[in-house]
Design a protein around this ligand. Structure first.
Ligand code: G6P
Length: 612
């Protein structure tokens, strides 16, 4: 997730672009840059680090120009650095981009064979090369732009300047958002509404597969195939604060709703890798040969907090497909033990921030003993990513709510990718089965969307329990970690006492807590654990608990048993934990919000724990 802005008008563009970028910093902040045109000359300014670095640079020497584009970056392909910062220029063409170009390695190789030189590691730079290649004496920029976009696979929002066209700004989108702002003698473009609000409230939302050409007086929209599009402008009534959260009350809720996009990006960003082609972040290269991988006799997954819950879910899939012992450890325990680690051990570290002190020390200890370290990280080039032998990034964009949501489900998806990648390389995962599973994995974002459509009824169920003081979450198999995560979410933001338990352990203690009206959230999907879960539900019901069940759609039996049922789409049992996590997040959110808590910044908690 990155932020794009563009301006064409009567004012100096640099200040307007910087101001817009400052309102999009929530979309990424590892580097930023702008490009402006004046007197036939295009000037680019870029800086690594937060936007303040770019602002300082521009403050001392502001480039002139009344047309420009800007970008704030959250690295995906290519580490955060000045050379990877946008805008990217090739020939007469300069672009900024948000999204992931899936076929970038292929396109890049083809361009290199034709003699192109690349100055960055980004997928974005490809776009500038392709458009420049398509340009010709008889080919106008718009045609070249459209032709180049047709060659891209993946998601993009792009803004483009041609050095010798100071009166035209080109933009396009497919899968990543772009909104156009209409002014008087000036027009704007941005990834999101907050960047536009200080200047105009009249906007046009660009749709997927559309290109727009902005001049000072006019905006023309057409499809990628050149058909004209007529669209009415809308007037935005949001305040700036509302707009930053895209109209959601809290970042956490926004991030819960972003999950279809976050997962789609994480999966799409690694498809080449899973198909065993060498890919950007290099995790395919830890094990150069099948023999290297066969030597691995055990895997430790180490993590903290919510990331540890993702690790617990991943164990089931990895063990089943690698046919290797997989152990999951809390990094804060692992680092102080003396685990058996050697060159035949693979340690998988999971961390949203990539900076959690315990996880970082755990991988340092493991590396010192010769183990190989592969990490799953959200923040590109963070300490854990840098110190690992290989890294697979979750492409969720920055997560602002302290309680992890979109990064959790993306971590589970990333673990599935690791399982597919290593299982295929080792030969322990059959090709046709792996392909079938990958196909179903790619359907997960759409299934999450279906669950999110039930948010209102989930809210109604959650509010029935908003005044409780305790809540028990139960599940079995790969759903047990989701019970843990459901309890953790509720604890973190609503300050209720909550416990997650493997349902089979109820009889060994927690059932003593059950009393009339005690809330129990049970995950009882139609999988191998279904009958056992039904018995556990009967057990708590007979002690007069109030049960909320997460069930498989179409399960009639369950509706006669429990008053509150949340239905999940039917999927492969290794994939349903991702689905079950979503109602858990919503239940916690609605209860916490109802109780009036600061959902995004719960008391005593920090987003990233860099101390022991
Ligand atoms: C903190 C956060 C949690 C997170 C945990 C691990 O406790 O509040 O949401 O799960 O750290 O963080 P990491 O960045 O390593 O995933």
């Amino acid at each position: 997730m990155c932020g794009i802005v563009g301006y064409i008008g009567q004012e100096q563009a640099a200040g307007i672009l910087l101001d817009g970028l400052s309102r999009l910093e929530y979309r990424g902040y590892d580097s930023a840059g702008i490009a402006v045109i004046s007197d036939g000359k295009l000037t680019i300014r870029r800086a690594q680090g937060k936007l303040s670095k770019l602002r300082e640079m521009i403050h001392s020497q502001s480039p002139e120009g009344k047309i420009g584009i800007g970008h704030t970056r959250w690295a995906t392909h290519g580490r955060p650095s000045e050379t990877n910062a946008h805008p990217h220029r090739y020939g007469k063409v300069t672009v900024v981009h948000n999204g992931i170009i899936e076929n970038f390695s292929e396109l890049r190789e083809a361009l290199i064979k034709k003699g192109h030189h690349f100055s960055s590691e980004t997928d974005t730079e490809i776009i500038a090369h392709l458009v420049d290649e398509e340009l010709g004496p008889k080919t106008p920029t718009l045609t070249a732009f459209r032709r180049a976009l047709h060659r891209l696979k993946g998601s993009f929002a792009v803004a483009l300047l041609h050095e010798f066209e100071p009166d035209t700004l080109y933009v396009a989108r497919s899968g990543s958002p772009l909104v156009l702002g209409l002014g008087e003698g000036e027009n704007f473009v941005a990834s999101d509404v907050p960047a536009l609000l200080p200047y105009t409230k009249r906007v046009l939302f660009l749709e997927d597969g559309e290109v727009a050409v902005l001049s000072r007086k006019n905006i023309e929209i057409e499809t990628l195939d050149g058909k004209k599009v007529q669209r009415e402008a809308k007037t935005i009534t949001w305040t700036l604060a509302m707009a930053e959260k895209a109209g959601y009350k809290h970042f956490m809720l926004k991030e819960i709703f972003e999950q279809p996009r976050a997962l789609a990006d994480t999966l799409r960003g690694h498809l080449d890798l899973v198909k065993s082609n060498v890919h950007g972040d290099g995790s395919g290269e830890i094990f150069k040969t099948k023999a290297d991988l066969e030597k691995i006799d055990k895997v430790y997954i180490v993590a903290c907090g919510t990331s540890w819950h993702a690790a617990l879910v991943g164990k089931y899939f990895l063990e089943s497909n690698l046919k290797t012992l997989v152990m999951v450890e809390q990094a804060s325990e692992f680092r102080y033990r003396d685990p058996i680690l050697d060159k035949n051990t693979l340690v998988i570290a999971i961390s949203q921030s990539g900076e959690t002190a315990d996880t970082l020390t755990a991988i340092r200890n493991a590396k010192a003993k010769g183990a190989k370290v592969l990490s799953i990280v959200n923040v590109v080039d963070s300490s854990i990513a840098r110190e690992s032998d290989g890294v697979l990034y979750t492409y969720t964009g920055p997560e602002i709510g302290v309680a992890a949501t979109k990064t959790f489900t993306a971590q589970i998806a990333a673990l599935h990718l690791v399982g597919l990648l290593l299982g295929r390389k080792k030969g322990s995962y059959k090709k046709d089965e792996a392909e079938k599973f990958l196909h179903e994995l790619l359907e997960v974002p759409g299934k999450i969307d279906e669950i999110l459509k039930q948010a209102e009824s989930i809210r109604e169920i959650a509010l029935k329990y908003a005044h409780s003081e305790d809540c028990l979450f139960i599940g079995r198999g790969p759903q047990f970690p989701i019970a843990l995560e459901g309890a953790l979410k509720l604890k973190e933001i609503s300050y209720l006492h909550a416990e997650g338990y493997p349902a089979g352990e109820l009889k060994h203690g927690p059932i003593a807590l059950i009393d009339q009206g005690s809330p129990v959230v049970a995950i009882a999907l139609q999988d191998d654990y279904y009958e056992k879960m039904m018995s556990n539900i009967q057990e708590v019901l007979s002690r007069q608990a109030s049960v909320v069940v997460l069930a498989t759609e179409g399960d009639r039996k369950i509706s006669s048993l429990a008053a509150d049922v949340i239905y999940l789409p039917r999927m492969h049992p290794f994939l349903t934990p991702i689905l079950a996590a979503v109602p858990m997040q919503l239940i916690a959110y609605y209860i916490a919000d109802h109780r009036g808590h600061d959902v995004d910044q719960p008391r005593n908690l920090a987003k990233s724990v860099t101390v022991e």
